[in-house]
Structure formats: structure tokens, C-alpha cells
Design a protein around this ligand. Sequence first.
Ligand code: ZN
Length: 287
Amino acid sequence: MKIGFNEGCNRFCANHSVLEDLKLCEKYGFDYIDVQSECLDRELAAGLYTLEDLGAFFKTSHLKMLSYNALIFFNMKQTQEEKDAVMAQLDEIIRRCQILDCKMIVVVPSMDLTVPATLDEIKADAVAVLKEMVKKVEPYGIKLSIEFCGCPTMSINRFEDAYAIVEEVNHPLVGVTLDQYHFHAMASSFEALEKADGKKIFVWHLNGMENMPCGAAYNNDEKRLWPGEPGDCLDHQRYADTLKKIGFEGDCCTMEVFRPDYYKLSNEENIAKAAEVTRAHVAKYCK
Ligand code: ZN
């Protein structure tokens, strides 16, 4: 099992830079990185580096880019203008992926819907949008991985709902991102995960979390922990065993936490710690 770093871990550390992250991830032995779009947009605008600088790094490094993280709020758009904006965003991300040699885009559902949509309506809309998106990524062999988010106000917030959409689209380039925090936070079902086809799970986001009530407003991404920290409530053996049993072929375990305390570390301390914890986790649970 390879190890990956998601910049959610250090995106607000002082003097953050995607280019520096690439060098540090290479130094500390990560195989993959998920580049966070908000870091990229912010730092490209500030002129810290160019996309070509990042692309040049990947040409000679062991480190590769696992995913472009993310195209956010892709579904349930109400006007043609909004729908066109999503597709334009996808075009720009595909352009960037060509430069960065990236073969996966994580797509994040919309939140706080202004229409009282049923799950059936949300599913039908997401399936239609993803079928349109697939036409755009297919020529490049880029995958689309839906990341359901375990937050009450998210339109797709449980594993089983995201998986039903992926099954309906039924395309080898469309799958699910399984983030342990998101899975637990809205009580997704292990029974559903056990019945799923592991080949349709493209990304595994690793984290621990504090034991918070499902759906509580304060149960947010900031409650994530390095796995195994005191207070972590997740059943890590069960996640690892279930993914193995259903045939997960992503072959990478990617650390993703968003804890304010961890943003107090330097970028190097954060990445060194993430590498140590991820490596130890894989050694312990992914035999
Ligand atoms: Zn995630």
C-alpha cells in the first residue's frame, strides 16, 4: 500500500506553498499528493510559482499527483449559467491536470441547497451531470471521484448515496472517494460498504476523529485527528479490512486532516509527522 499526503493537513500552516509541499513530500517518502485547489488558486494568484514549475517537479520526482482536490459544488445547479460555470471549471482543471500529469479529479457535492430536493432528485441530477463530465475527461483518461461529505447540509453526505450515483453512471472513470471522517460523521453504513465493488472506490482518505454526535453542528472537519491520537474513535481495522475484502485497488492510503492545532506546525514538521503516522498506520492495518 502506497502512502499519500493531502494538503488539507497543512494548508493553513505559515508560508504554505504547494511547490514546497512537493519537495517535502518527496523528502519524507510519500508516493502521492492530493493538491488542494484552494492552495493552488491562492498561491498561483500570489505568483509564488507557476503550474509549469509544479509540472517540471513531477517530471523528475518519485512523488506523483494522485488527485486534483477538488472541483467543488458540482451538482444541483439551478440555472444554465451555473451549469455552464461548472463545466468551464472542469475544462480549466483538465488543462491544469495535463500540465501536472494528474489523472484524477475529486468532485465535491453542493451544500445548503435552496430547493427541498429529495434523494431521488439529487441522484438523478448528479448522474446527469457526471455523464456530461465524463465526456470531457474521457479523451484524457482522467477519473472523477465523488467525495461525499459527512455534513448535514451537504447534498450527498453518505457513502450509500454517493455509491448509488456511481453505480447508476456505471463508467470505469467514475468512482467514490472514501474519507473515513466523512463516512463516520453522518453514520454511513458499513453494510453498504461491504456490498460495494472496491474497484469503484478510487481514493481512501485516512484520518481519526473525536467522538462527536452524528450531525452536530460542531462535528466538523476540525475535529479530525492523526489516526491513533488519544480520543480517536474510529475503527481503523474495520476500514482497512473492509476495503481489502471488497477489492479496493486504489493502492494508496492518503492522510487528510484539517485540525487547527496542526496548522501551528511548520510545513516540514506537519509533513514529517503525516508521513510517520501514515506509514505506521499502513504497517499496522494493511497487511
Ligand atoms: Zn477527504
